[in-house]
Design a protein around this ligand. Structure first.
Ligand SMILES: [Zn+2]
Length: 314
């Protein structure tokens, strides 16, 4: 069932206004989750055995864990952003070197932020945070930048590609909350208005050139430097310290469960290789094939939010 959801926001003072119209299906979730076969009880038993046998379980999550929260991924067949549009993600070098690129990025991000930041964890996020609370989960590594694991209460967590809820100054390195920047955008753009069409995984939306060019972007309140979301854009690399940290956690773990990732990006895939070197058992829960299916002792093609709550972490 498809329906149009129109969202209108008004500032308390001034008159900037956003109309965010989005094609939605069942609260927009069905639109972004690829079709999957019904849950296979035998496979559930196998995953239960895998989890029960593990004493130091490392879980790595990707975009597939958040699609059930209404956030589209880039790569899923037919429903991912690559399949649905001709949009491609922002490149790190373009963002850092070109002010007009930053202006376009932030204008779109400003429009998408109220919706992107309001997404809530789904049963898969809640299950993983309960596994941590019960001592089952040794460490959680996510490739996502949506803060949904944090919202669900996970703490033993590495956000491999950063988080959209933080902003970084490219000159002095100061980190500030993204919500504060939203208020600065509103103050600088009291009469700016835009109609947005569609939301990308990183909170980006689609705007015209004219809308972009009239949007004013604030700089760092401390040093005047350019601001960037604290995330790893395409073409950038994860910091070596963070990579080392995760490699150590993988080496300390006794098994690895991949949840909702096709493992196409090397920054996540390399940890699979480390797990393989250490001969850790690997299980993969992802709708559709992944780069590491041949390395896994168990592969499940199910919705993360449907399957993980079925597993008893005790
Ligand atoms: Zn600064």
């Amino acid at each position: 069932m498809k329906m149009n959801v129109g969202l209108t926001l008004r500032a308390a003072k001034g008159c900037w206004r956003l109309n965010l119209s989005q094609q939605c299906a069942h609260g927009s979730i069905g639109l972004f989750v690829p079709p999957s076969p019904p849950v296979d009880p035998e496979k559930v038993k196998e995953l239960q055995r895998f989890v029960s046998l593990s004493k130091r379980l490392l879980v790595m999550t990707g975009a597939g864990v958040s699609t059930e929260s209404g956030i589209p991924d880039y790569r899923s067949e037919k429903v991912g952003l690559y399949a649905r549009t001709d949009r491609r993600p922002i490149q790190h070098r373009d963002f850092v070197q070109r002010a007009p690129v930053r202006q376009r990025y932030w204008a779109r991000n400003f429009v998408g932020w109220p919706r992107f930041s309001s997404h809530q964890p789904n049963p898969a996020h809640w299950a993983l945070s309960s596994w941590e609370r019960l001592g089952k989960l040794y460490w959680l590594v996510t490739q996502n930048v949506d803060a949904l694991h944090t919202k669900a209460g996970s703490q033993r967590l590495t956000e491999l590609h950063g988080c959209m809820h933080r902003v970084l100054c490219l000159a002095c390195g100061e980190q500030t909350p993204r919500g504060v920047l939203q208020e600065r955008f509103e103050a600088l753009n009291p009469t700016w208005r835009a109609e947005a069409h569609g939301l990308a995984p990183d909170g980006d939306v689609f705007l015209t050139e004219e809308q972009v060019q009239s949007f004013r972007v604030p700089s760092c309140a401390r040093c005047g430097g350019p601001l960037k979301p604290d995330v790893v854009f395409f073409g950038d690399t994860v910091s070596p310290d963070k990579v080392d940290f995760v490699h150590r956690r993988v080496k300390e773990a006794d098994s690895l469960l991949v949840v909702g990732s096709s493992l196409q990006v090397y920054s996540g895939y390399r940890f699979i290789l480390t797990a393989r070197e250490k001969k850790l058992p690997i299980a993969i829960l992802n709708i559709g094939p992944t780069r590491s299916d041949h390395l896994a002792c168990l592969k499940l093609d199910s919705r993360c939010g449907e399957l993980l709550p079925l597993i008893d972490p005790q």
